[in-house]
Write a protein that binds this ligand. Structure first.
Ligand code: CTP
Length: 397
């Protein structure tokens, strides 16, 4: 339901800006309140008069417009809406966002906001496929920015390919999806994912075979149910999902600190394959072969992140979910692990090489709760994630 929602619409400079006028009209038809912002480049394509006439409110244009600041400061403006939509999002605006620049009103609002942001990119096909834009795109996706389009097609500049702004009704649908009220709306869930890397020296490290696929799918499934997700990830093979707050770490110690900084949370899911040990004395310089013989790597234990959080006396998340990666006696080991670590649920899986689960697309898990063990059939990691997210939503209900 879009009626009654409030959208801050930033119109960037591009020929597609004319479609934003139609977008305003479509949103107004659905009872949406639209606060428009027009960039300097945007003004070359559509007039402030037509934008404000369609929106029914004045258009914001300058960062330090004294009248506007007196009525509503730019920080407040960035927080007042339910969602920020940038249409068209130019290559320049994307680069500013990826770099954290705040030299004008639009980029300042985008940097200062605490709301979700949806971009509808529009630009020449070569600009879109340029390595710099693609790099910015992946940075922005990692930051949890949402995207709709661009579409393939004939472009105003005479070329053909990706770069055409999504149509107004597609943008409306993306806005609807971004604002959908899922059962986890208003809940904060923390998810750890991926392996950790424990340094031996500046060029070598101890790692494991986790791809991060299951943790990433869980974060995506939770976000799809409306949760606000903090995603603490080690160096994974798969990119983080859109729509989550990403915190990247390398070591178990950094992961623990990021998790503690990310609390409080209503629930926490520990899907990361954390290295149990680290090198006691990681060297600050590359260890050389030579007279010293083969180096003896003395190991020391890493903090147990799951156990630390599950056993917190104050501020413990209401639901703490751990994973148990086992190669034998899965049920017995995982049940003991649940008790030892003090978590509420354990998602146990058999990671022996024959199962192909570690690094693969499927998973076969047993959910162990206070009520007992429940075997789930083998299914895709995305399906395991969706089912787990549903269970978490029911438990937090
Ligand atoms: N875990 C953690 N911090 C660690 C080790 C594990 O948070 N230092 C979490 C994992 O994210 C997972 C759970 O604990 O949710 C169990 O991980 P697993 O590797 O199966 O168990 P371990 O504690 O390492 O025990 P073992 O290696 O003896 O099976």
């Amino acid at each position: 339901m879009l009626a009654g929602k409030h959208i801050l619409l930033i119109i960037g400079g591009g020929i597609a800006a004319y479609k934003s006028l139609d977008l305003i009209r479509r949103l107004k038809e659905r009872g949406v309140r639209v606060t428009p912002v027009l960039t300097q480049a945007g003004e070359a394509f559509v007039t402030p008069l037509s934008v404000s006439a369609l929106a029914g409110v004045p258009v914001h244009q300058k960062l330090l417009d004294l009248t506007a600041e007196a009525e509503m400061g730019h920080i407040e403006l960035s927080r007042a809406a339910d969602l920020i939509v940038v249409a068209p999002a130019t290559a320049d605006l994307m680069a500013k966002m990826a770099g954290g620049l705040a030299g004008d009103l639009a980029s300042t609002l985008l940097l200062a906001t605490d709301k979700r942001v949806l971009l509808a990119p529009a630009m020449n096909v070569r600009m879109w496929t340029h390595a710099a834009t693609q790099r910015n795109l992946s940075v922005l996706k990692g930051d949890g920015i949402l995207f709709v389009g661009p579409n393939d097609g004939d472009m105003a500049c005479g070329e053909f390919g990706p770069g055409r702004m999504a149509e107004p009704l597609e943008i409306v649908a993306a806005i609807d999806a971004a604002l959908a009220d899922g059962p986890l709306r208003g809940k904060h869930v923390l998810v750890t994912s991926g392996p950790t890397h424990e340094p031996i020296d500046p060029v070598r490290y101890i790692a494991n075979r986790s791809s991060g696929a299951q943790g990433t799918a869980i974060a995506a499934a939770l976000a799809a149910l409306g949760a606000e997700v903090t995603f603490v990830t080690g160096p994974a093979d798969v990119p983080p999902p859109p729509g989550v707050r990403v915190v990247r770490v390398e070591t178990a110690q950094e992961m623990l600190e990021a998790v503690q900084a990310g609390l409080p949370a209503d629930a926490a899911v520990f899907a990361a394959a954390v290295a149990d040990w680290k090198v006691a004395q990681a060297q600050g310089h590359k260890i050389k072969k030579g007279s010293g013989g083969v180096p003896a790597l003395a190991l020391t234990e890493n903090p147990d992140i799951l156990a630390t959080v599950a056993q917190m006396k104050t501020g413990r998340p209401g639901l703490v979910v751990g994973f148990a990666a086992e190669t034998d006696d899965v049920l017995a080991h995982a049940t003991a692990k649940r008790a030892r670590k003090g978590c509420d649920w354990i998602v146990a899986n058999d990671v022996s090489p024959a199962t192909g689960i570690m690094g693969g697309a499927e998973n076969a898990v047993t959910l162990i709760t206070a009520e007992g063990a429940e075997d789930w059939p083998r299914m895709s990691k995305a399906e395991v994630a969706a089912r787990l997210a549903d269970r978490i939503a029911a438990a937090l209900g």
